[in-house]
Design a protein around this ligand. Structure first.
Ligand code: GDP
Length: 411
């Protein structure tokens, strides 16, 4: 384990949303809670940490696919900035190619909007596991269960709530974790704590038990051993439910739904817990495939640092300080700073001068990256988006990025 932690502790996620649903705010709050930004007040409207380009700031949309690394509960989470505007579906597609799971942010008022449908279809095509965050629970007209029904109807998605909101609009008080039967009641920042954990209030007991029953049914359907237990009337343990949700989510048979209001920091920490608990690590997804250009045979690369190198360049950014930055996803092997790498598409050797990991407010130079990692490389000259980097003696061209179907719906 050269990286210092295991591949199981990695999450590569995107945050996707219809414009205005709250993707930027949710991302900022995740950065805040993971300790990389010190005060919420440091992030002002229009100057979100991930909005790097002035053009984005002007338009209020996010068009880069840069990666930001945060830590939460012993996991390293790479957040791939997925564009949220209808014009940039190709970029969305590119980022979907390199991430392992997506947090879909929907507005509790607007529900499923045209762009959420587009992103959803793309994620479905790539079989990307998802969790849904129903945001803006504080707004007038917010209705969690209507949004869940909307997703089932419009997206035909196997969405299952794992939380129940306590109240809505001005009276949105917190969320209940239906798995653990715990209520997270927000108490505001003044006390230094965000929420108080308590038992499920009486008036929510029935809905929590109803929802829990549906969730458990969904989980056992996807696991024979659990189904036997369930049919015999045995209790399914908390751990079994959680493991079952994770398995079903990774297999795209279940999409857990949570809620909150990013704006007021409610529900964000529970959302991050869910990212760690339910979205896959790079070792949970099928190994990548590609063509060996010498033999023209299909080969796979396992997500292991001991395999031959296979990495995909997915974004090139011109950086004012270091020049050309090539964002890569490493699928297998180990890439060291200062080494040479083979661009299989261009049939040329490239020097990996430096490897950078981007955090919310600083960049860190790292000596090496391993299977599962995402990073920015300084020094690659010829590499363009979509090129595969490998070892010269073990070449592979990874499956290329899809060109999406024409987008008909307009936001
Ligand atoms: P994006 O376009 O999806 O990135 O959305 P933003 O994060 O920029 O949010 C769009 C607008 O909604 C901004 O004015 C936010 O301040 C606001 N907003 C975000 N989250 C919430 C929320 O939970 N409640 C309310 N009332 N407003 C929110």
């Amino acid at each position: 384990m050269k990286r210092g932690f295991s591949i199981e502790q990695l999450r590569n996620i995107g945050i996707a949303a219809h414009i205005d649903a709250g993707k930027t705010t949710t991302t900022e709050r995740i950065l805040f809670y993971s300790g990389r930004i010190h005060k919420v007040g440091e992030v002002h409207e229009g100057t979100a940490t991930m909005d790097w380009m002035p053009q984005e700031r002007e338009r209020g949309i996010t068009i880069t696919s840069a990666v930001t690394t945060v830590e939460w509960k012993g996991c390293r989470i790479n957040i791939i900035d997925t564009p949220g505007h209808v014009d940039f579906t190709i970029e969305v597609e590119r980022s979907l190619r390199v991430l392992d799971g997506v947090v879909v942010v929907l507005s509790a008022v607007e529900g499923v909007q045209p762009q959420s449908e587009t992103v959803w279809r793309q994620a479905t095509r790539y079989e990307v596991p998802r969790i849904v965050f129903v945001n803006k629970m504080d707004r007038v007209g917010a209705d969690f269960f209507r949004v869940v029904a909307d997703m089932r109807e419009k997206l035909r998605a196997p969405v299952v709530p794992i939380q129940v909101p306590m109240g809505a609009e001005d009276n949105f008080l917190g969320v209940i974790d239906i798995i653990e039967r715990k209520a997270y009641m927000w108490i505001g920042d003044k006390s230094g704590r965000d929420y108080e954990v308590s038992d499920v209030p009486d008036e929510y007991k029935k809905i929590v038990e109803d929802c829990r029953e549906k969730l458990v049914e969904h989980v056992v359907e996807n696991d024979e051993a659990l189904l036997d237990k369930y049919m015999n009337g045995e209790e399914i343990s908390l751990e079994e439910i959680k493991t079952g949700i994770r398995k079903s989510t990774i297999e795209n048979k279940l999409i857990p739904v949570l809620c909150g209001t990013a704006f007021k920091n409610k529900g964000i920490q529970q959302l991050m817990d869910a990212v760690v608990d339910y979205l896959p690590s790079p070792s949970d997804i099928p190994p990548v495939k590609g063509i060996n250009p010498k033999t023209e045979e299909t080969e796979i690369r396992l997500p292991s640092e001991d395999e031959p190198i296979a990495a995909l360049a997915f974004k090139i950014v011109s950086d004012p300080y270091v020049g050309r930055l090539t964002y890569i996803r490493v699928y297998s092997g180990e890439i060291k700073a200062g080494s040479y790498i083979y661009n299989v598409n261009k049939r040329s050797k490239e020097r990996v001068a430096r490897l950078l990991q981007m955090h919310a407010n600083h960049r860190e130079e790292i000596p090496a990256v391993y299977a599962g990692d995402l990073c920015a490389v300084v020094g690659l000259r010829d590499t363009v988006t979509g090129d595969t980097l490998a070892q010269e003696d073990k070449p592979i061209i990874l499956e290329s990025i899809h060109v999406p179907e024409p987008v008909i719906s307009v936001a």
